[in-house]
Design a protein around this ligand. Structure first.
Ligand SMILES: [Zn+2]
Length: 383
Protein backbone atom coordinates (compact mmCIF):
# COMPACT_ATOMS: atom_id res chain seq x y z
CA UNK A 1 0.00 0.00 0.00
CA UNK A 2 1.14 3.48 -0.86
CA UNK A 3 0.04 6.72 0.76
CA UNK A 4 -0.53 9.85 -1.33
CA UNK A 5 -0.47 13.15 0.52
CA UNK A 6 -2.19 15.47 -1.91
CA UNK A 7 -3.28 19.07 -2.27
CA UNK A 8 -1.02 20.65 0.35
CA UNK A 9 1.92 23.02 0.14
CA UNK A 10 5.06 20.95 0.51
CA UNK A 11 7.96 22.51 2.44
CA UNK A 12 11.17 20.63 1.67
CA UNK A 13 11.93 22.46 4.24
CA UNK A 14 13.67 25.40 2.50
CA UNK A 15 11.52 25.36 -0.67
CA UNK A 16 7.78 25.90 -0.93
CA UNK A 17 6.01 23.63 -3.47
CA UNK A 18 2.27 24.39 -3.63
CA UNK A 19 0.04 21.57 -4.81
CA UNK A 20 2.78 18.93 -4.84
CA UNK A 21 2.06 15.31 -3.96
CA UNK A 22 4.17 13.26 -1.54
CA UNK A 23 4.11 9.52 -2.21
CA UNK A 24 4.99 7.27 0.73
CA UNK A 25 5.74 3.58 0.56
CA UNK A 26 7.16 1.22 3.18
CA UNK A 27 7.98 3.97 5.61
CA UNK A 28 9.92 6.10 3.15
CA UNK A 29 9.15 8.95 0.79
CA UNK A 30 9.10 7.43 -2.66
CA UNK A 31 8.52 10.57 -4.68
CA UNK A 32 7.63 14.26 -4.49
CA UNK A 33 5.62 15.10 -7.60
CA UNK A 34 4.36 18.30 -9.21
CA UNK A 35 1.65 16.37 -11.05
CA UNK A 36 -1.20 14.71 -9.18
CA UNK A 37 -0.84 11.00 -9.90
CA UNK A 38 -3.71 8.51 -9.87
CA UNK A 39 -3.66 6.43 -6.68
CA UNK A 40 -4.67 2.78 -7.03
CA UNK A 41 -7.73 1.34 -5.22
CA UNK A 42 -5.52 -0.10 -2.48
CA UNK A 43 -3.73 3.21 -1.86
CA UNK A 44 -4.42 5.59 0.98
CA UNK A 45 -5.04 9.26 0.17
CA UNK A 46 -4.49 12.02 2.73
CA UNK A 47 -6.08 15.29 1.65
CA UNK A 48 -3.73 18.03 2.81
CA UNK A 49 -5.58 20.90 1.13
CA UNK A 50 -5.06 24.07 3.14
CA UNK A 51 -2.13 22.57 5.07
CA UNK A 52 1.63 22.71 4.87
CA UNK A 53 3.25 19.31 4.39
CA UNK A 54 6.56 19.67 6.20
CA UNK A 55 9.28 17.40 7.56
CA UNK A 56 8.63 16.29 11.13
CA UNK A 57 10.66 18.25 13.66
CA UNK A 58 13.69 16.90 15.51
CA UNK A 59 14.28 17.97 19.13
CA UNK A 60 17.83 17.09 20.14
CA UNK A 61 17.59 18.50 23.68
CA UNK A 62 14.49 17.60 25.66
CA UNK A 63 14.22 16.19 29.19
CA UNK A 64 10.54 15.47 29.51
CA UNK A 65 6.89 16.46 29.21
CA UNK A 66 3.43 15.48 30.38
CA UNK A 67 4.60 14.65 33.92
CA UNK A 68 7.49 12.45 32.82
CA UNK A 69 11.26 12.76 32.53
CA UNK A 70 14.05 10.81 30.81
CA UNK A 71 15.55 10.22 34.27
CA UNK A 72 12.39 8.32 35.33
CA UNK A 73 13.97 5.56 33.22
CA UNK A 74 10.71 3.69 32.61
CA UNK A 75 8.98 2.70 29.36
CA UNK A 76 5.80 4.41 30.61
CA UNK A 77 7.61 7.75 31.00
CA UNK A 78 9.25 7.48 27.58
CA UNK A 79 5.92 6.58 26.03
CA UNK A 80 4.06 9.56 27.49
CA UNK A 81 6.85 11.87 26.32
CA UNK A 82 6.88 10.37 22.80
CA UNK A 83 3.12 10.85 22.53
CA UNK A 84 3.25 14.42 23.74
CA UNK A 85 6.07 15.38 21.36
CA UNK A 86 4.22 13.89 18.36
CA UNK A 87 1.23 16.13 19.15
CA UNK A 88 3.60 19.08 18.67
CA UNK A 89 5.04 18.00 15.32
CA UNK A 90 8.10 16.19 16.61
CA UNK A 91 8.87 12.92 14.81
CA UNK A 92 12.25 12.23 16.39
CA UNK A 93 14.07 13.42 19.47
CA UNK A 94 16.94 12.73 21.83
CA UNK A 95 15.72 12.01 25.38
CA UNK A 96 18.10 14.09 27.47
CA UNK A 97 19.54 13.12 30.84
CA UNK A 98 20.48 15.37 33.75
CA UNK A 99 23.64 15.44 35.79
CA UNK A 100 23.15 12.53 38.21
CA UNK A 101 24.93 9.58 39.79
CA UNK A 102 26.55 7.07 37.42
CA UNK A 103 23.90 4.40 38.12
CA UNK A 104 21.05 6.87 37.48
CA UNK A 105 22.52 7.90 34.11
CA UNK A 106 23.13 4.24 33.20
CA UNK A 107 19.53 3.40 34.08
CA UNK A 108 18.23 6.16 31.80
CA UNK A 109 20.44 4.96 28.93
CA UNK A 110 19.31 1.38 29.49
CA UNK A 111 15.62 2.30 29.58
CA UNK A 112 15.89 4.28 26.34
CA UNK A 113 17.77 1.46 24.61
CA UNK A 114 15.04 -1.02 25.58
CA UNK A 115 12.14 1.27 24.68
CA UNK A 116 10.33 0.10 21.54
CA UNK A 117 9.14 2.78 19.10
CA UNK A 118 5.47 3.40 19.96
CA UNK A 119 2.64 3.32 17.41
CA UNK A 120 1.32 6.66 18.70
CA UNK A 121 4.41 8.76 19.26
CA UNK A 122 7.71 10.19 18.11
CA UNK A 123 10.76 7.93 17.83
CA UNK A 124 13.94 8.63 19.73
CA UNK A 125 17.29 8.49 17.96
CA UNK A 126 19.38 7.75 21.04
CA UNK A 127 20.27 9.96 23.98
CA UNK A 128 21.69 13.34 24.77
CA UNK A 129 23.64 13.30 28.03
CA UNK A 130 23.59 16.80 29.56
CA UNK A 131 26.41 16.37 32.00
CA UNK A 132 27.67 15.21 34.40
CA UNK A 133 30.96 16.81 33.27
CA UNK A 134 29.90 20.44 33.66
CA UNK A 135 31.26 23.51 35.42
CA UNK A 136 29.71 24.32 38.82
CA UNK A 137 30.03 28.07 38.07
CA UNK A 138 27.39 27.64 35.35
CA UNK A 139 25.46 24.73 36.82
CA UNK A 140 22.03 26.22 36.08
CA UNK A 141 19.61 23.56 37.35
CA UNK A 142 22.12 20.69 37.25
CA UNK A 143 22.54 19.23 40.77
CA UNK A 144 25.98 20.33 41.96
CA UNK A 145 26.64 17.25 44.14
CA UNK A 146 26.81 15.03 41.03
CA UNK A 147 29.04 17.24 38.87
CA UNK A 148 32.34 15.54 38.09
CA UNK A 149 35.29 15.57 35.70
CA UNK A 150 35.28 13.03 32.86
CA UNK A 151 36.01 9.47 34.05
CA UNK A 152 37.28 7.26 31.19
CA UNK A 153 35.59 4.14 32.62
CA UNK A 154 32.24 5.90 32.72
CA UNK A 155 32.36 7.57 29.31
CA UNK A 156 33.72 4.50 27.53
CA UNK A 157 30.60 2.64 28.66
CA UNK A 158 28.37 5.44 27.27
CA UNK A 159 30.14 5.31 23.91
CA UNK A 160 30.02 1.49 23.83
CA UNK A 161 26.22 1.59 24.22
CA UNK A 162 26.04 2.89 20.66
CA UNK A 163 22.97 4.93 21.63
CA UNK A 164 24.54 8.05 23.09
CA UNK A 165 24.38 10.63 20.29
CA UNK A 166 25.24 13.92 22.00
CA UNK A 167 27.15 14.73 25.19
CA UNK A 168 27.11 18.23 26.68
CA UNK A 169 30.44 18.95 28.34
CA UNK A 170 32.45 21.81 29.85
CA UNK A 171 35.66 21.46 27.80
CA UNK A 172 37.77 23.29 30.40
CA UNK A 173 37.46 20.37 32.85
CA UNK A 174 40.46 18.09 33.29
CA UNK A 175 40.20 15.20 30.83
CA UNK A 176 37.50 16.73 28.62
CA UNK A 177 39.64 16.98 25.48
CA UNK A 178 40.49 13.26 25.73
CA UNK A 179 36.79 12.43 26.14
CA UNK A 180 35.82 14.59 23.14
CA UNK A 181 38.47 12.94 21.00
CA UNK A 182 37.51 9.39 22.03
CA UNK A 183 33.80 10.05 21.63
CA UNK A 184 34.17 11.75 18.26
CA UNK A 185 35.99 8.64 16.99
CA UNK A 186 33.03 6.57 18.27
CA UNK A 187 30.53 8.77 16.38
CA UNK A 188 29.31 10.80 19.38
CA UNK A 189 28.65 14.55 19.05
CA UNK A 190 29.84 16.98 21.72
CA UNK A 191 28.22 20.24 22.76
CA UNK A 192 29.90 22.87 24.90
CA UNK A 193 27.56 23.84 27.71
CA UNK A 194 27.34 24.77 31.39
CA UNK A 195 30.85 26.02 30.73
CA UNK A 196 33.28 28.71 31.85
CA UNK A 197 35.69 27.98 28.98
CA UNK A 198 37.57 30.85 27.44
CA UNK A 199 37.52 31.44 23.68
CA UNK A 200 40.71 29.48 23.02
CA UNK A 201 39.52 26.42 24.96
CA UNK A 202 36.30 26.21 22.94
CA UNK A 203 38.26 26.52 19.67
CA UNK A 204 40.61 23.80 20.90
CA UNK A 205 37.62 21.58 21.74
CA UNK A 206 36.30 22.14 18.20
CA UNK A 207 39.74 21.12 16.90
CA UNK A 208 39.22 17.86 18.84
CA UNK A 209 35.78 17.33 17.28
CA UNK A 210 33.24 19.36 19.29
CA UNK A 211 30.51 20.65 16.96
CA UNK A 212 27.63 22.01 19.06
CA UNK A 213 26.77 24.41 21.85
CA UNK A 214 24.03 23.63 24.35
CA UNK A 215 21.38 26.33 24.81
CA UNK A 216 23.49 29.20 23.56
CA UNK A 217 23.67 32.16 26.00
CA UNK A 218 22.30 30.07 28.89
CA UNK A 219 24.76 28.65 31.42
CA UNK A 220 27.96 29.75 29.67
CA UNK A 221 30.65 32.40 30.08
CA UNK A 222 29.28 35.52 28.36
CA UNK A 223 30.61 37.95 25.82
CA UNK A 224 33.25 40.59 26.43
CA UNK A 225 34.93 42.51 23.60
CA UNK A 226 38.44 41.68 24.86
CA UNK A 227 37.54 38.26 26.32
CA UNK A 228 35.13 36.66 23.86
CA UNK A 229 34.65 33.72 26.22
CA UNK A 230 32.53 30.63 25.61
CA UNK A 231 29.77 32.62 23.93
CA UNK A 232 32.17 34.51 21.67
CA UNK A 233 33.62 31.24 20.38
CA UNK A 234 30.19 29.68 19.89
CA UNK A 235 28.90 32.67 17.93
CA UNK A 236 31.94 33.00 15.66
CA UNK A 237 33.28 29.46 15.06
CA UNK A 238 31.42 28.20 11.97
CA UNK A 239 32.07 24.58 12.91
CA UNK A 240 29.72 24.88 15.88
CA UNK A 241 25.92 24.49 15.71
CA UNK A 242 24.13 26.57 18.33
CA UNK A 243 21.20 24.96 20.16
CA UNK A 244 18.74 27.71 21.01
CA UNK A 245 15.72 27.86 23.36
CA UNK A 246 13.38 30.26 21.54
CA UNK A 247 10.79 30.70 24.28
CA UNK A 248 11.51 34.41 24.76
CA UNK A 249 12.37 33.73 28.43
CA UNK A 250 15.70 31.90 28.30
CA UNK A 251 16.97 34.31 25.66
CA UNK A 252 15.47 37.74 24.97
CA UNK A 253 13.79 37.95 21.54
CA UNK A 254 16.40 40.47 20.35
CA UNK A 255 19.19 38.07 21.34
CA UNK A 256 17.40 35.27 19.49
CA UNK A 257 17.68 37.48 16.41
CA UNK A 258 21.35 38.07 17.18
CA UNK A 259 22.06 34.32 17.38
CA UNK A 260 20.35 33.75 14.02
CA UNK A 261 22.29 36.66 12.49
CA UNK A 262 25.63 35.43 13.84
CA UNK A 263 25.22 31.73 13.17
CA UNK A 264 22.84 31.83 10.20
CA UNK A 265 19.82 29.55 9.94
CA UNK A 266 22.21 26.83 8.73
CA UNK A 267 24.02 26.66 12.09
CA UNK A 268 21.17 27.31 14.51
CA UNK A 269 19.18 24.42 16.00
CA UNK A 270 15.88 25.01 17.76
CA UNK A 271 15.53 22.94 20.92
CA UNK A 272 12.95 22.96 23.71
CA UNK A 273 14.98 21.82 26.76
CA UNK A 274 11.47 20.97 27.99
CA UNK A 275 10.96 19.43 31.44
CA UNK A 276 8.18 17.34 32.97
CA UNK A 277 5.76 20.23 33.60
CA UNK A 278 5.47 20.81 29.84
CA UNK A 279 1.82 20.42 28.86
CA UNK A 280 0.68 20.58 32.51
CA UNK A 281 -0.53 23.44 34.73
CA UNK A 282 1.72 25.61 36.89
CA UNK A 283 2.81 23.96 40.14
CA UNK A 284 5.73 22.27 41.84
CA UNK A 285 7.57 19.58 39.89
CA UNK A 286 10.72 17.53 40.26
CA UNK A 287 13.84 18.11 38.17
CA UNK A 288 16.80 15.86 38.96
CA UNK A 289 15.65 15.46 42.56
CA UNK A 290 15.12 19.21 43.05
CA UNK A 291 11.83 21.01 43.59
CA UNK A 292 11.05 23.18 40.58
CA UNK A 293 8.44 25.93 40.71
CA UNK A 294 6.53 26.52 37.49
CA UNK A 295 4.86 29.90 37.29
CA UNK A 296 3.30 31.24 34.10
CA UNK A 297 4.99 28.33 32.30
CA UNK A 298 8.46 29.40 33.52
CA UNK A 299 10.30 26.72 35.56
CA UNK A 300 12.75 27.82 38.25
CA UNK A 301 14.56 26.26 41.19
CA UNK A 302 13.95 27.83 44.59
CA UNK A 303 17.21 29.81 44.15
CA UNK A 304 15.75 31.33 40.96
CA UNK A 305 17.81 29.45 38.35
CA UNK A 306 15.85 28.62 35.22
CA UNK A 307 15.16 24.87 35.29
CA UNK A 308 14.42 23.77 31.75
CA UNK A 309 11.44 25.09 29.82
CA UNK A 310 7.83 24.22 29.06
CA UNK A 311 8.36 25.02 25.38
CA UNK A 312 7.18 22.87 22.47
CA UNK A 313 8.86 22.70 19.07
CA UNK A 314 5.90 24.13 17.16
CA UNK A 315 5.86 27.14 19.50
CA UNK A 316 9.65 27.50 19.11
CA UNK A 317 9.18 27.62 15.33
CA UNK A 318 6.47 30.30 15.55
CA UNK A 319 8.52 32.27 18.08
CA UNK A 320 11.75 32.32 16.09
CA UNK A 321 9.87 33.57 13.03
CA UNK A 322 8.43 36.44 15.07
CA UNK A 323 11.61 37.21 17.05
CA UNK A 324 14.05 37.09 14.12
CA UNK A 325 11.71 38.23 11.34
CA UNK A 326 12.01 35.01 9.34
CA UNK A 327 9.70 33.38 6.81
CA UNK A 328 8.49 29.83 7.39
CA UNK A 329 10.92 28.37 4.83
CA UNK A 330 13.78 30.30 6.46
CA UNK A 331 12.90 29.14 9.98
CA UNK A 332 11.80 25.55 9.40
CA UNK A 333 15.28 24.11 8.62
CA UNK A 334 16.38 25.06 12.16
CA UNK A 335 13.89 22.50 13.50
CA UNK A 336 14.38 19.87 10.78
CA UNK A 337 17.25 19.74 8.28
CA UNK A 338 19.83 21.42 10.53
CA UNK A 339 19.43 19.10 13.55
CA UNK A 340 19.41 16.20 11.06
CA UNK A 341 22.68 17.45 9.60
CA UNK A 342 24.21 17.84 13.06
CA UNK A 343 23.41 14.15 13.68
CA UNK A 344 24.76 13.13 10.23
CA UNK A 345 21.26 12.21 9.01
CA UNK A 346 21.04 14.55 6.03
CA UNK A 347 18.77 13.12 3.34
CA UNK A 348 17.22 10.63 5.75
CA UNK A 349 15.62 12.86 8.36
CA UNK A 350 14.46 16.46 8.42
CA UNK A 351 13.52 16.76 4.75
CA UNK A 352 10.78 15.96 2.27
CA UNK A 353 12.66 14.25 -0.55
CA UNK A 354 12.68 10.92 -2.33
CA UNK A 355 14.50 8.36 -0.20
CA UNK A 356 13.97 10.15 3.12
CA UNK A 357 12.11 8.53 6.03
CA UNK A 358 8.40 9.41 5.83
CA UNK A 359 8.52 11.61 8.95
CA UNK A 360 6.03 14.35 8.15
CA UNK A 361 3.87 16.93 9.91
CA UNK A 362 0.84 18.78 8.60
CA UNK A 363 0.63 22.38 9.78
CA UNK A 364 -2.41 24.60 9.39
CA UNK A 365 -2.18 28.22 8.26
CA UNK A 366 -1.63 29.28 11.92
CA UNK A 367 1.31 26.84 12.09
CA UNK A 368 -0.53 24.59 14.54
CA UNK A 369 0.08 20.85 14.17
CA UNK A 370 -2.83 18.97 12.61
CA UNK A 371 -1.23 15.60 11.94
CA UNK A 372 2.07 13.85 12.57
CA UNK A 373 3.37 10.91 10.55
CA UNK A 374 6.34 8.77 11.61
CA UNK A 375 7.78 6.23 9.20
CA UNK A 376 4.67 6.55 7.03
CA UNK A 377 2.23 5.87 9.92
CA UNK A 378 -0.02 8.55 11.39
CA UNK A 379 0.89 8.76 15.08
CA UNK A 380 -1.11 11.88 15.89
CA UNK A 381 -4.18 13.49 14.41
CA UNK A 382 -5.84 16.58 15.85
CA UNK A 383 -9.44 16.01 16.95
ZN1 LIG B 1 18.76 20.67 29.24
Amino acid sequence: MRTFIVGGTVLTPSRKLPGYTVVVEQGAIQAVLAARPQPGPADQVIDASGFYVAPGMIDIHVHGADGCDTMDATPEALHRMARYFAAHGVTSYLPTTMTASAPAISAAIEAAINFQPPADGAVHLGLHLEGPCLNSHHKGAQPEMHLRAPQPEEYRAWFASGRVRVVTVAPELEGSMEMIEAGTLAGVEFAVGHSDADFETVVQAADHGLRQATHVFNAMLGLHHRRPGTLGAVLTDDRIYAQLIADGVHVHPAMVKLVVRAKGTGRTILITDAMRATGLPDGVYDLGGQATYVNGGVARLEAGNLAGSTLTMDAALRNVMAFAGLSLTEALPMATAVPAEALHLTGRKGCIAAGADADIMLLDSELQVARTIVGGQTVYQRA
